[in-house]
Design a protein around this ligand. Structure first.
Ligand SMILES: *Cc1c(COP(=O)(O)O)cnc(C)c1O
Length: 481
């Protein structure tokens, strides 16, 4: 037996290589309230229920109680009708997957089901298309990066089982015209899901704080389901989201039962069967501690931080916003004196984590920020670091992709990329340690060159290359390595 103190010390050492989860300097993946007692109560609750199993609500009534409490709180935020029902899921992706699966299985009469998505919809919908065989009909957004409601309405046909809107979109932080989209869906008798995974726990407070917010909740006629993540702006520990349906009948196809085996009758409300009680308890504890007043205060802080960051970006020569933020997400891009990838690396060198987004269609490469309440205390530092990063990035100028390499990339067929092609790409990107793949992958601190290469690749090639990369990362540890 190894002593627990030694094990925890080793875990701490490993974690030191990760991006920090608090401190307000990591502007993607993590959401920081900046309140130590909130974080602590969430973690204590996770630990207390880590061994509890949500598989059977009659054996663990505590988890059912917490789930129903969380859904009730969300119902209040989302202007839900009296008939609303909901489920705790493991995250936004599971909530989205279930919204699509439920819509598909509510229309077993449709032989080849499809769903209408704005081009800004989260990639989780493409995963749902892949898993559930629901064709994604993608409709380009307008120049303001919002869904084009008229074009989406025109895309609805007899095979459509779901129409989707975002509040807001992850990539550009804008809220879609939900009223028009939901009305068009309702007119055809089609379900409308609002993906409020990232905005659902913060936009309701924006409206209350007097900010202008496009209507997007269940108050909008035609909205049939909404997803909202507690592990984003609910500031809960990871692994918890909610999917709400306007009525029990709309939710019914989400549930699964099997008595067709000799064991217990398996009865599931979500994709998981055994489900840790930890995330549910963690979220419940955080919601109890913060309550409505706590979330309103955190919303005030995060919107102040977002407004100041947006205003500051407008003042930095060489930068501009892709769109004025409707919520707490910022997308910014550069002029041609520098590039977003080098700016991201320079921010990393100044202990800020920002998330590069690649060129997509007409939308240039840019930088995504998910602002946290905890970022408010550091806004001046953030803007100073950003201005300095842009200045340094402009000194070297935008990353140039070698014309020969670009031509090589353009010549690759994503459907039939070989191991040799992949070695060539990894070497071109500086990701391969030395001569051979056996020497392993090097993860560089600076990623601008790699991002610039990916940026000239088609989306399909990006997927193929990054999947091959992930495949090579995901190998059993070798003793002594
Ligand atoms: C984060 C997010 C998701 C996916 O959520 P995960 O928790 O990462 O699985 C889906 N939609 C939107 C808009 C999101 O921001």
């Amino acid at each position: 037996m190894t002593r627990s103190a030694d094990i925890l010390a080793r875990l701490a050492l490993m974690r030191a290589g990760d991006v920090p989860v608090h401190g307000g300097r990591t502007l993607a993946y993590v959401y920081d309230s900046g309140m130590a007692e909130v974080e602590q109560v969430g973690r204590d609750a996770v630990a207390a229920f880590a061994g509890s199993n949500g598989l059977d609500p009659t054996a663990f009534p505590s988890l059912l109680q917490m789930e129903n409490d969380l859904v009730a709180f969300a119902a209040g935020l989302l202007d839900a009708p009296e008939t609303v029902v909901g489920s705790v899921t493991s995250g936004g992706t599971e909530s989205v997957l279930l919204a699509v699966q439920t819509a598909r299985d509510s229309r077993l009469d449709v032989a080849s089901p499809s769903m209408v998505l704005p081009s800004s919809a989260h990639a989780a919908f493409h995963k749902a298309a892949h898993y559930f065989g629901v064709r994604a009909v993608v409709v380009p957004c307008g120049p303001d990066h919002r869904a084009d409601a008229a074009a989406m309405a025109a895309a609805v046909d007899d095979t459509t089982v779901l129409v989707v809107a975002s509040a807001p979109s992850y990539a550009h932080g804008v809220v879609d015209p939900v009223t028009e989209i939901a009305a068009a869906a309702a007119e055809r008798g089609v379900r409308c899901h609002v993906d409020a995974c990232i905005g659902g726990w913060v936009l309701p407070y924006a409206a209350r704080l007097g900010r202008e917010v496009t209507p997007w909740t269940f108050a909008v006629p035609g909205v049939t389901s909404v997803s909202v993540d507690l592990h984003k702006y609910g500031y809960a520990p990871k692994g918890v989201s909610l999917l709400l349906h306007a009525t029990p009948a709309l939710r019914r196809p989400q549930f699964f039962a099997s008595a067709d085996w000799p064991g217990y009758t398996m009865l599931n409300s979500t994709m998981q069967s055994t489900r840790s009680g930890g995330p549910t308890a963690g979220a419940w504890a955080v919601v109890q501690m913060l309550g409505d007043a706590g979330y309103e205060k955190l919303a005030r802080d995060v919107f102040e931080a977002t407004d100041r960051i947006a205003a500051g970006i407008a003042e930095i020569p060489g930068l501009r916003l892709l769109a004025p933020p409707d919520s707490t997400l910022v997308a910014l891009t550069t002029d041609d004196t520098c590039d977003p990838f080098t700016v991201s690396d320079e921010m990393g060198a100044r202990d800020w984590y920002v998330q590069p987004q690649l060129t997509y269609g007409d939308v240039p490469a840019n930088i995504h920020l998910s602002v946290s309440a905890a970022t408010l205390a550091h806004v001046e530092d953030f803007l100073a670091s950003l201005a300095e990063s842009v200045r340094v990035a402009a000194q070297s100028g935008p990353v140039q992709v070698d014309a020969g390499v670009a031509a090589y990339i353009a010549s690759l067929d994503p459907a039939s990329i070989t191991e040799e092609d992949f070695d060539g790409l990894l070497a071109a990107a500086g990701l391969l340690g030395a001569a051979s793949a056996d020497e392993g992958l090097a993860l560089p601190d600076r990623k601008a060159d790699i991002n610039a290469l990916l940026d000239v690749a088609s989306p399909a090639l990006r997927e193929a290359v990054l999947l091959a990369f992930l495949d090579r990362l995901s190998r059993p540890s070798r003793p002594g390595a």
